[in-house]
Ligand binder design. Structure first.
Ligand code: ADP
Ligand code: MG
Length: 510
């Protein structure tokens, strides 16, 4: 594989551009066009779609790392299901983050209000994604994966990722065979990737676990979404997977989060069933079995108090939430830091509290952690404050607030001046994480019809689905659900595809 990814001629680049563009549009590997490409006024009816940025070739990824990430997903699902059940621990986390973080403070208030009156739904659905980069240390030992973050809310790209794997598979059977510089040194090892079907299967499980409706109405699933979503086809693929099922038939509706209170109501009985009336068909009512949130993860989704009322309204309803407030808080970077802070005799790991599994799986989880430190006044926190304020040491770190969705982190030399610019009392709401530096890989990215060739950094995400009962603590369903490979130019710090820096990719295992 030494000639991989293949060197291509300009003519071959043009040919691949044509083929990928058409395949992507034909198979829904698409987004709504970014305003820089098609200004809103040029498409007032919103009829256009454009191909998602992708790599021309699947990036080489160490098989041993891929297998490690797949193998540990079941334990991660269980870990986050268990943490979601421990509201004492999560209350402590929220306290540590502190009231300087209004968003987490408001979110926690929603849980406290519902706890006070009593939850009517004890089952929970997690559609998780654990993100990793390959870490290779200088000793020459085999590469390992290190976790970047664990997502418990609105983990995206599962709908597009299986399509990307199919695109690269198609190219490997057609176009790659015709490339001039391709030696016959071996075929690509492309793992199966059924992320869209896998995530849909998780939602289906929760739909069945909800049981029979308690009102005269038929059950449904709601995708709770942001207005003006550009990454809509990613979500549509999941909807179509769910709707294609014969048994049970699942009605699926998209509801903008901002219209929650307008189109849903709670049944007037102690069961608090969530009732949905589709605005296009007001004579129909559905009992909502599952609310799948592709929104609600950041402050911009809560512009006013009525948005928080909407979240409270959903949280107290009988619908199975993906996620609940508890599971959303379990996904904060602060929790990840507490799990990953190096153990000391006075500060043992919390992992054994949350895993029924043997010590091997705890050890396997620990192997995926990189050092993460608090910025509080504990011993570890004080050490981290030194690193974060030092103009040299800070270069190996990233500073993260308790936010999701990309674009919020502070990297390397920007850390010391940033910390100086905020009150010291706010520092504990951040965590300090060692940067993972994956081995260099080359690839070509096709973005908006143009090719960008060069060094890239790959980030692997493994999807997991989990249904559990908060009260009985039983895990009712626990599956690994396919993967995502996101690739960015090695000059870019952030990797979000929707944010415009990264692109979709798939793995060829080496
Ligand atoms: P978000 O919740 O905003 O997605 P992440 O923790 O995933 O936050 O960070 C965003 C991006 O920053 C990641 O996708 C990755 O490209 C980069 N990044 C984050 N943490 C690290 C790290 N420890 N080492 C290297 N890159 C990182
Ligand atoms: Mg991320």
């Amino acid at each position: 594989m030494s000639d991989y990814p293949y060197e291509i001629t300009p003519t071959e680049g043009e040919r691949l551009t044509e083929v990928i563009k058409d395949w992507s549009l034909a198979h829904g590997l698409t987004v709504r066009p970014p305003p820089a490409i098609v200004p809103a006024e040029a498409d007032p009816a919103g009829i256009l779609a454009t191909a998602v940025p992708v790599t021309l070739f699947p990036s080489p990824f160490p098989r041993i790392c891929f297998d490690q990430a797949i193998a540990v997903q079941g334990a991660y699902n269980e870990l986050y299901a268990s943490i979601s059940q421990d509201d004492t621990f999560l209350a402590h986390i929220v306290k540590e983050i502190g009231d300087s973080d209004d968003f987490i403070t408001e979110l926690w208030k929603v849980h406290l209000r519902v706890k006070e009156e009593g939850y009517v739904q004890h089952k929970s659905l997690g559609l998780f994604r654990s993100d990793y980069m390959v870490h290779q240390d200088i000793t020459g030992s085999p590469p390992q994966i290190k976790q970047v973050e664990f997502n418990t809310i609105a983990a995206s790209f599962g709908g597009l990722s299986s399509q990307t794997s199919l695109l690269h598979k198609y190219l490997s059977l057609t176009e790659y065979l015709l490339l001039e510089n391709r030696t016959q040194s071996g075929s690509l090892q492309l793992p199966r990737n059924e992320s869209a079907a896998g995530l849909a299967a998780g939602i289906r499980h929760a739909f069945i676990e909800y049981g029979l409706p308690s009102t005269p109405y038929q059950k449904c699933v709601i995708f709770l979404v942001q207005g003006g979503e550009r990454n809509i086809f990613d979500q549509r693929h999941l909807e179509y997977e769910l709707q294609a099922l014969q048994e049970p038939q699942i009605p699926v509706f998209r509801l903008p989060f901002s219209e929650t209170l307008q189109h849903t109501a709670l049944a007037e009985n102690p069961g608090r069933q969530l009732l949905y009336r589709p605005p296009q068909s007001p004579s129909h009512t559905f009992e909502v079995a599952v609310v799948y949130m592709r929104c609600g993860y950041g402050p911009s989704d809560y512009p006013d108090q009525s948005a928080w009322e909407a979240r409270y309204h959903l949280e107290r309803s009988a619908a199975i939430k993906c996620p609940t407030v508890l599971t959303q808080v379990a996904g904060t970077k602060k929790v990840q830091q507490v799990l990953a802070t190096p153990e000391t005799p006075s500060n043992p790991s919390v992992l054994p509290r949350y895993l029924s599994r043997d010590s091997t799986s705890i050890f396997d989880l620990m192997k995926t952690f990189t050092n993460i430190y608090p910025l509080d006044e504990t011993e570890a926190g004080l050490r981290a404050r030194k690193i974060a304020s030092d103009p040299e040491l800070c270069k190996g770190y990233v500073l993260k607030p308790q936010r999701e969705g990309g674009g919020n982190n502070i990297y390397r030399s920007s850390i010391p001046p940033f910390l100086k610019s905020i009150p010291e009392s706010h520092w504990p709401s951040y965590i300090l994480m060692e940067l993972i530096t994956p081995p260099p890989v080359k690839n070509t990215i096709l973005r908006n019809g143009k090719l960008e060739h060069g060094g890239v950094i790959c980030e692997l995400g493994i999807y997991g689905t989990c249904v559990w009962d908060q009260q009985s603590r039983a895990i009712l369903h626990n599956e690994q659900a396919g993967y995502l490979l996101r690739t960015k130019g090695d000059q870019s710090e952030e990797g979000g595809v929707a944010a415009g820096f990264g692109c979709m990719d798939s793995c060829t295992l080496v």
